[in-house]
Design a protein around this ligand. Structure first.
Ligand code: ACO
Length: 428
């Protein structure tokens, strides 16, 4: 047996399984032959210990609280980079030179318009539709508008789809919001940078120019960097699973948006703010912590806990510091910040949260910043989706570039009825 193998012994078999080594992180046991060799499958609900693919995009060490995009620490990117540069990095694997960055920015800027017919599509929604529903459906509908980028085997078409998705996501997101409040849709302005352009599409009215505090665009850009990718999380895995069937990029990313929406994933930022508002006052924090510990209550502290981080989420640390700064600079005095601080303090010294290794995650403070930027609560997960599009499409491209891709198709432990005879309806 090679030292790069592990041996699995069952009552009937002993099999040698190869170890797969990455450049960082624990090695993985390659179990592809296990059924053939032993007649057993493996059982790992929620994929807690299963690597679904090889990827060179993002690395997380959940014990140490490390997050790297293409090898660069998130702290350095947050401090020195900007979202579009990070999107380029995720897609291309390297930081761009000046000319490459200008080319990428120009391409994104010139693909921001949405097809006029998409407006008709949006008009089909009831005015109070959730913007995530509108975003998800609209992004899926792009495959009906851009037939020219649906050949998933053509690298140039894959790249064009990536540019289109990154460029159009803010336009469609802002349009969905404006539709819901009855404002006319604002076209993207090419003289503005990505995040500023988005804020103008959200908030500018036709009757007067928008005065934006530059702190708002800076804060949003930073949040977009922090949300841009997170290796094989639920929505990215969804994009890859759908992508593995050969589905087009718009359909694959729309599936990612649907997965992001759930409160256990990206929907947590909206849920955190609702929870803080329900707690209402710092004096109610202890009661909320007690309820979160009581399994019968069905209540969890939203914005707490993470499948991978068993230490501080490094993004939460950055956002926490930024939250104070942004609220100060924008002159916002939000009583919910005090509730959040008290809640964090109480949970971090509570035995239950300590023993379960539950720390604030990326979404604990992000909602307070979005609120300070006057972004409505239902749009919080949409903000996350705009940023994560860069990661989703980088993973989708990587999966098509990497040799050996197969359709994703898990097995199951069947716990249903054993074979039985059909009984006619009048005899049941
Ligand atoms: N509040 C109270 N208890 C919690 C919490 C929480 N927020 N999170 C986990 N626990 C407890 C569970 O009850 C369980 O306890 P037990 O072992 O005594 O039964 C234990 O911690 C492990 O929880 P799991 O649900 O098994 O952990 P998992 O890794 O499957 O889930 C998740 C991770 C979904 C993030 C979970 O911590 C959670 O629901 N958090 C709240 C929602 C949230 O903030 N989601 C955003 C995640 S970040 C992101 O997606 C961008």
């Amino acid at each position: 047996m090679s030292s790069n193998n592990v041996t699995l012994t069952t009552p009937d078999h002993s099999v040698s399984l190869p170890l797969v080594e990455g450049s960082l992180g624990p090695s993985c046991v390659d179990i592809a032959s296990i059924y053939r060799e032993t007649g057993h499958f493996t059982f790992d609900p929620g994929f807690a210990a299963t690597a679904s693919c090889k990827s060179a995009i993002t690395f997380i060490d959940g014990e140490k609280g490390v997050l790297l995009y293409r090898g660069y620490p998130i702290e350095q990117l947050a401090e020195q980079s900007r979202f579009l540069e990070v999107a380029y990095l995720l897609l291309e694997g390297e930081l761009p030179g000046t000319a490459e960055m200008a080319g990428f920015e120009d391409a994104v800027t010139h693909h921001t318009m949405m097809h006029e017919s998409l407006k008709n599509f949006l008009r089909g929604f009831h005015y109070d539709a959730h913007p995530m529903a509108m975003l998800c459906a609209s992004i899926a509908s792009l495959s009906a508008f851009y037939h020219d980028t649906l050949d998933i085997n053509d690298p140039a078409q894959r790249k064009l789809a990536a540019i289109r998705l990154i460029a159009k996501m803010p336009t469609i997101a802002a349009a969905a919001y404006r539709y819901s409040i009855g404002w006319p849709i604002r076209y993207p302005r090419n003289n503005l940078e990505y995040v500023d352009r988005f804020l103008h599409m959200m908030f500018e009215v036709p009757s007067e120019p928008l005065e934006m505090n530059p702190v708002a665009a800076k804060a949003l850009d930073l949040l977009f960097i922090l949300h841009a990718d997170h290796e094989q999380n639920a929505s990215t895995s969804t994009v890859r699973l759908v992508g593995s069937t050969g589905a087009n990029p718009y359909a694959s990313v729309a599936a990612g948006i649907a997965a992001l929406w759930g409160p256990a994933h990206g929907g947590a930022n909206e849920a955190v703010l609702k929870m803080l508002a329900e707690i209402g006052d710092a004096k109610n924090v202890d009661k909320a912590v007690a309820r979160a510990k009581d399994k019968e209550s069905g209540f969890r502290l939203m914005g707490f806990g993470h499948r991978v981080y068993k230490n501080f989420d490094p993004r939460a640390k950055i956002i926490r510091a930024m939250c104070h700064d942004v609220l100060d600079k924008l002159g916002v005095n939000d009583p919910l910040l005090e509730v959040a601080l008290k809640l964090e303090e109480a949970a971090l010294k509570d035995d239950y949260f300590i023993s379960h290794k539950l720390y604030p995650n990326v979404d604990f403070y992000s909602g307070l910043i979005y609120k300070a930027l006057k972004i409505p609560t239902e749009m919080f997960t949409v903000m996350f989706a705009i940023a994560r599009t860069a990661g989703w499409i980088a993973h989708w491209i990587e999966q098509h570039e990497m040799p050996g891709g197969r359709i994703g198709r898990p097995r199951q432990v069947y716990v249903g009825a054993e074979p039985r005879e059909y009984v006619a309806i009048d005899k049941r």
